[in-house]
Ligand binder design. Structure first.
Ligand SMILES: *Cc1c(COP(=O)(O)O)cnc(C)c1O
Length: 382
């Protein structure tokens, strides 16, 4: 038992106390870049200049911190801006990181194309193979193990607490990209991770109308470094964007429940479809890491991938035939999306360790009526 309020209570109230001057229930969008000082250095509540701190961003950062169970949170202009700030806070040239062999393509590109020339070393590893994770960590050199779970688009699930135990024994931090699960479904800090990263563009924002990122930690030393780099590098969330993500977070719990309801129904339908050879959804008992997923996730979320028996062209054609599912990249919004990873989100990783099957389709199952989603897939798959 804890006296901490429940998840939805925190989502709605953390960071959102009524404005002291007007009583506004919703935090105002403070568009000011600078703040009046009461005499030189006389800051009001610490606000000086909006790159360093902005009241709307503070409201979002407090909410994210409360939802992930951390002590400090930081909001950025994008998920990749959050990743860049974190990596520059913990690593210097010559440092080594262990990466998931099926990491988000943009994270893989950041490490392989942007950081490699600066002397950062990485090893992609299958995170479901704990012996391989342990073998890849170089004591004294490996600063962190980067965990993403579930992964995109093959939905593999890494055991966060087992990896934390291995990494910590060898002196490495554990970073979890919690974008696919959201803080409602998965709490990496409670499972032993040192820092959680989000693309708030996805489920946190939840309405496909903002690009943003976040970091949350319970480690004060790490938080100090991130705060310094957030201001020094400057890739902060603007007040309008921070406000949109904060609004999204208030409904995160109800959205994730409905995403999970709908995705479970869609996954069950696809499993029975004769034209589908494989369905990747952590909620299915047939999923290779279903037991780990059940232990560390509240439910299994809205992302479902599957393979089409008739091959690549049939998969591409099906993506062009849906009418309720919109053919588009990204995920996590109220509307359902369909895409062909091999030719869209993962085209840039063809020929690398991250290449995905060409007959694969990825769905971001939204909040429409499940019957309409299933009927749409049924006519598209013919
Ligand atoms: C989208 C995404 C990112 C990158 O976030 P941006 O907001 O697009 O910069 C990182 N990780 C995962 C899992 C994502 O889906």
């Amino acid at each position: 038992m804890t006296d901490r309020p429940g998840f939805s209570t925190r989502a709605i109230h953390a960071g959102s106390t009524p404005d002291p001057t007007t009583g506004a229930v919703i935090p105002p969008i403070v568009a000011s870049s600078t703040f009046a000082q009461d005499g030189v250095g006389g800051l009001r509540n610490g606000y000086e200049y909006s790159r360093s701190a902005n009241p709307t961003r503070t409201a979002l950062e407090e909410c994210l911190t409360a939802l992930e169970g951390g002590s400090r949170g930081f909001a950025f202009a994008s998920g990749l801006a959050a990743e860049d700030t974190l990596i520059r806070s913990i690593a210097k040239p010559g440092a080594h990181l262990v990466l998931p062999h099926d990491a988000y393509g943009g994270s893989f590109r950041l490490f392989s194309r942007a950081y490699a020339p600066w002397g950062l070393l990485t090893d992609p590893v299958d995170l479901t193979d704990l012996a391989a994770v342990e073998a890849a960590i170089r004591p004294g050199e490996t600063v962190a193990v980067w965990v993403e779970t579930p992964t995109n688009p093959l939905m593999s699930v890494a055991d966060i607490s087992a990896i934390a135990e291995i990494a910590h024994a060898l002196g490495a931090l554990v970073i979890v990209d919690n974008t696919f699960a959201s803080p409602y479904l998965q709490q990496p800090l409670a499972l032993g991770a040192d820092v959680v990263m989000h693309s708030t563009t996805k489920y946190c924002g939840g309405h496909s109308d903002v690009v943003g990122g976040a970091l949350v930690t319970a480690d004060e030393t790490l938080a100090e470094k991130v705060q310094f780099h957030q201001n020094a590098l400057g890739a902060v969330a603007g007040p309008f964007d921070a406000w949109l993500v904060l609004r999204g977070l208030k409904t995160l719990a109800v959205r994730m429940e409905r995403h999970s309801d709908n995705a479970e129904k869609v996954a069950a339908y696809l499993t029975e479809h004769p034209g589908v050879s494989e369905v990747y959804y952590p909620g299915l008992e047939s999923h290779a890491q279903h037991d780990v997923a059940k232990r560390q996730m509240r439910r299994f979320g809205g992302m479902v991938s599957f393979r089409v028996r008739a091959g690549e062209q049939a998969a591409v054609d099906a993506c062009g035939r849906t009418t309720v599912f919109t053919l588009a990249e990204s995920l996590g919004g109220v509307e359902s999306l369909i895409e062909h990873p091999g030719r869209m989100t993962h085209a840039s990783v063809a020929g690398t360790a991250l290449e995905v099957p060409s007959d694969l389709i990825r769905l971001s199952v939204g909040l429409e009526d499940a019957e309409d989603l299933i009927a749409d897939l049924d006519q598209a798959l013919c």
